[in-house]
Design a protein around this ligand. Sequence first.
Ligand SMILES: O=P(O)(O)OC[C@H]1O[C@H](O[C@H]2O[C@H](CO)[C@@H](O)[C@H](O)[C@H]2O)[C@H](O)[C@@H](O)[C@@H]1O
Ligand SMILES: O=c1ccn([C@@H]2O[C@H](COP(=O)(O)OP(=O)(O)O)[C@@H](O)[C@H]2O)c(=O)[nH]1
Length: 457
Amino acid sequence: MSRLVVVSNRVPVQEKKGAASAGGLAVALEAALEKRGGIWMGWSGRINEEGEPGPLSIEQRGNITYALTDLTSKDVDEYYFGFANRMLWPICHYRLDLAEYGRTEMAGYFRVNRFFAHRLAPLIKPDDIIWVHDYHLIPLAAELRRMGIKNKIGFFLHIPWPPADVLFAMPVHEEIMRGLAAYDLVGFQTDHDLENFAGCLRREEMGDMIDEGRFIAGERTFRGGAYPIAIETAAFAEFARRAGSHSMVLKAQQSIEDRSLIIGVDRLDYSKGITQRIDAFEHFVTNNPAHQRKVTYLQITPKSRSEVPEYEAMQRMVAEQAGRVNGALGTVDWVPIRYINRSVSRPVLAGLYRLAKVGLVTPLRDGMNLVAKEYVAAQDPDDPGVLVLSRFAGAARELNGALLVNPYDIVGTSNALARGLNMPLDERRDRWRRMMNHLLEHDVSRWCDDFLGDLAA
Ligand SMILES: O=P(O)(O)OC[C@H]1O[C@H](O[C@H]2O[C@H](CO)[C@@H](O)[C@H](O)[C@H]2O)[C@H](O)[C@@H](O)[C@@H]1O
Ligand SMILES: O=c1ccn([C@@H]2O[C@H](COP(=O)(O)OP(=O)(O)O)[C@@H](O)[C@H]2O)c(=O)[nH]1
């Protein structure tokens, strides 16, 4: 089996041991590299203003060699906060209104990708398979090819891919598309993302699909497919089963008393639909007097990308909104929304998911949304909760036992919440079993095997 070289912006070794990780990418990949061995290269998370980069910092952990590079603050501002998170992220989440195009940021993005390629190339052996992750690093393969690297290189996009009319609002869309064409295999979360990609290629006759899953763009032919990312289902279910004795989970359970728990877990990101969700909850409580004082909505929302102005504004907005709703609906002995701005460790999350009668996952647009899958995996088979899921999350393509909602439809989401809380046990079991069977069969190791199998083929 060939050695695997993974490249991603974030690398989990940069997190302190035992720290709670708030990103799905890290969670999913750790398992894969442990199994196969190889190199994981990425940003150290550190800023180094020296100008000339020092040597890569190398750390061996089990089967994995972590190779990390520092970046300058100019790099981080332009490449990560700038182009990746203020241009590509909003565009790929269909938010043209939030996209900020700056030439400096765009140049910084391509420059940092070139820099990554120069640091990575000396580590690569002829038989290595290279797997690049996410929107931060789209041009990496083109840079490596320019340096003469002929290895198989795959790319997986963790976020949605938009239709042509949205993508083409980005001035450098052609270069980004050409960047993708430099890979041997481009993986998307869903068939819808793949269709959008094919549409973008066709629109200005840049390329086409020549066969099922085979594309041409200019001189290059390459493959593309849908590879929905997954979780370590059995292990997560076991976490949840044991979590009942965790002191934090016990405390939560005691403090909820006999109320029904509704849970939301999201990075504080405008794509996650948190404000619409709070509106839906407010509508639900106001219009269902029988549930007043009988429900607690726990929203766990670690801060994310706070240096980006849209995220900073969002932090204020959600905090104010949660406070306003609690002020309007709460009583001396009942706080309807518990809003937490910190990251919670995965074992505790697993226990909280299991306590919750409803998992409320309502992004306006999301590549996959691993929280939806974790919520299902964490349920008690004898008395499972109900997943209320946005039709615009990648997970909605797979989780056919969920109550699907349009997150922009506040009344519709409120009705789904009511239906979830009142659902008879038999229906809950049927719905949960369908989803759990799917998640057990399609877990994260299968996701890796599928992608790497196709890349190696
Ligand atoms: O690294 P950050 O800027 O702090 O952001 C965290 C991660 O957010 C994004 O997650 C996506 O990947 C998940 C797993 O495939 C998927 O379920 C979710 O829908 C996506 O939003 C981002 O793509 C990662 O690169 C970030 O590390
Ligand atoms: O306090 C938290 C909040 C989230 N997560 C984890 O962060 C991931 C979020 O992934 P998702 O795909 O839902 O969204 P993303 O943040 O990657 O856009 C999930 O595995 C969660 O369990 C966590 O460990 N602690």
